[in-house]
Design a protein around this ligand. Structure first.
Ligand code: FAD
Length: 541
């Protein structure tokens, strides 16, 4: 079948912050760049709904801070499973990233000439820079202006179905236009994968609905390896009442916003007596989950008492929360605020080196879709810093690889549509609901062997059902079926990696192996098994 084709030096897949930064850098180096994104570039992905905090050790919050201490914090939080070089790169590069964003017009809060910096659990010093007005859209829109000024081609509503690989080298991707259902190819000398994470495969999630793991499957099917997929971060305090689904970013207040169970007990005194509410996200999520499961919850969560926080402080550090309450005539000091955990961030992902190379020649990757920077757990505000630091590196190395190389052509036909299907629309919502239920119940905050095995067989059955539909579907339905299929395969990657890690570490808790075990101080790698399936194994020495 003859396809429409675009030709560029560098193709970036994904229009969130990592992809935008990669595209800008590749263009600065002289590459002709195209960004293709399932939704609008700069207006999609988790980047747009992020709070907008960046961890960067300027030492403005405390003069003792520096990149070396930041690096140690990253490793400690990641339970030493991080790739050291990647963690070091983040620690060393995050100040420059914030300064460049500031120069690009992103409105960080300043105190005179210095960045205002909040203090979050797990960071030794206050080092979290934040925006004058919360919201990732205040970062993406100025960058979008820069993309336009550089004449970078932006393709919205373009969903990558698979990567094109010729002679083991990645040479672009095959897309479907999500609205018309037409198929087209983008051929490129270098391809940068920046498709974001997958926490929306869980029933309760902070993520945009589309964050269901396409990038993991695209990389896997092109021959790349994935690492640390069992480490899913659950954000501990999503508001259930009086307003649903609002992310309560209150950990900068440390112990001054106590969490209480149904009996009015400050339950963290039992689990984390020294840190209390200043404990890290993994500990807090697990303890809230335990309180609710053991019958001491309130409406499915626990109470966050913010009554001791002065209004001026709330206005300064949590303006979005204050605006939400003001719009509804709610008083933060009088309302009973109920919070519970939800899936938030994937620490794991495509394995990369310090040049964002994936091991498949011509394929680079950056942002949440990659693994290795954060190890077993991520510190607050390290994800956006990661997008900038590694986005730039992916753009740089992608452009250097591309410039001066011939354009490869995949020898096999790019696309062979299969015969039409008459059985009507596949049941997308039912499939997604089943996946999300399985992930939440069996592959969630607390896991064990029995539950994981049940999850794997349930997900494999679901995959078979979806695969049968993929075989016959064309047009816009092909987009939706592929989306569901990728989400299920991503769920399988998490479940298989979680089963293989027979210990508890960071965000991964196994009730049948509650202790950390030094024989698991290595990553679980997920790869294709050559027969269309997946295998998860402990990496070598
Ligand atoms: C509510 C919330 C608040 C957060 N706040 C912070 C914070 O303050 N600080 C911090 O450090 N981190 C925060 N995070 C985490 C951070 O926002 C994300 O990790 C980060 O934005 C990921 O950026 P990304 O560019 O890798 O992916 P995304 O921003 O998710 O972008 C992914 C892009 O890929 C596209 N895409 C996906 N699949 C395909 C496909 N098959 N074909 C083509 N395109 C595709 C999407 O349309 C999108 O454009 C927050 C997360 C959430 C959910």
């Amino acid at each position: 079948m003859n396809l429409d084709e675009h030709h560029r030096d560098v193709l970036v897949i994904g229009g969130g912050l990592a992809g935008m930064e990669a595209a800008l850098e590749a263009s600065r180096l002289g590459a002709r760049v195209i960004i293709a994104s399932e939704q609008k570039v700069g207006r999609s992905g988790n980047s747009v709904i992020a709070e907008g905090g960046y961890a960067a050790p300027f030492g403005h919050g405390d003069p003792r801070d520096n990149p070396g201490i930041f690096y140690e914090d990253i490793l400690r939080s990641g339970q030493f499973l991080n790739d050291r070089t990647l963690a070091r790169t983040l620690a060393d590069g995050s100040c420059r990233a914030v300064e460049e964003l500031c120069g690009a017009g992103v409105p960080f809060r300043m105190e005179g000439e210095r960045y205002a910096q909040k203090h979050y659990p797990g960071h030794t010093y206050p080092r979290n820079c934040y925006l004058v007005r919360e919201g990732g859209i205040h970062i993406t829109l100025p960058l979008l202006e820069h993309l336009r000024r550089r004449s970078i081609r932006l393709l919205a509503h373009s969903y990558a179905l698979r990567l094109l690989v010729a002679g083991g080298e990645c040479c672009g991707a095959l897309f479907i236009a999500t609205r018309s259902g037409s198929i087209f190819a983008v051929r490129a000398r270098a391809t940068i994968l920046a498709c974001g994470g997958a926490a929306a495969i869980y029933l309760h999630s902070t993520n945009v609905r589309g964050a269901t793991g396409d990038g993991y499957v695209l990389a896997l099917e092109a021959g790349a390896a994935l690492r640390d997929m069992e480490f899913v971060q659950f954000y501990p305090t999503i508001m259930l009442a009086p307003v649903r689904n609002f992310l309560m970013d209150f950990s900068c207040f440390g112990r001054r916003a106590p969490l209480l169970n149904r009996l009015g007990e400050r339950f963290l005194e039992r689990y984390a007596p020294a840190a209390l509410e200043a404990c890290t996200r993994d500990v807090k999520s697990r303890t809230i989950f335990t309180e609710v499961r053991e019958g001491r919850g309130v409406k499915g969560g626990v109470v966050m008492d913010v009554s001791a926080l002065p209004r001026e402080e709330l206005e300064t550090y949590t303006p979005r929360f204050c605006r939400l309450f003001a719009r509804r005539n709610l008083d933060p000091h009088r309302e009973r605020i109920v919070v519970a955990p939800a899936a938030h961030f994937f620490m794991g992902g495509v394995a990369i080196d310090e040049g964002c190379r994936t091991g498949v020649p011509g394929l680079f990757s950056c942002g949440e879709v990659t693994g290795g920077v954060h190890g077993a757990n991520r510190l607050a505000d390290n994800a956006l810093s990661e997008c900038q630091v590694f986005g730039r590196l992916a753009g740089e190395h992608g452009a250097r690889y591309a410039l001066g190389r011939p354009l490869q052509h995949e020898t096999a036909p790019a696309w062979e549509p299969s015969g039409g299907r008459s059985a009507g629309l596949p049941p997308f919502p039912r499939w997604m609901a089943r996946l999300r239920e399985i992930m939440w119940e069996k592959v969630g905050i607390e896991r064990d062997r029995g539950g994981l095995e049940e999850a794997i067989s349930g997900l494999e059955r679901l995959r078979e059902e979806v695969d049968e539909s993929v075989a016959g579907v064309t047009g816009p339905s092909l987009y939706r079926v592929t989306k569901v299929r990728n989400a299920v395969v991503t769920g399988l990657m998490v479940a298989k990696a979680a089963l293989a890690r027979r210990e508890s570490r960071g965000a991964h808790f196994r009730s049948d192996f509650p202790e950390q075990d030094s024989s698991f101080s290595r990553s679980i790698m997920v790869e294709g098994d050559g027969r269309g399936g997946l295998k998860a194994r402990l990496s070598g020495g």
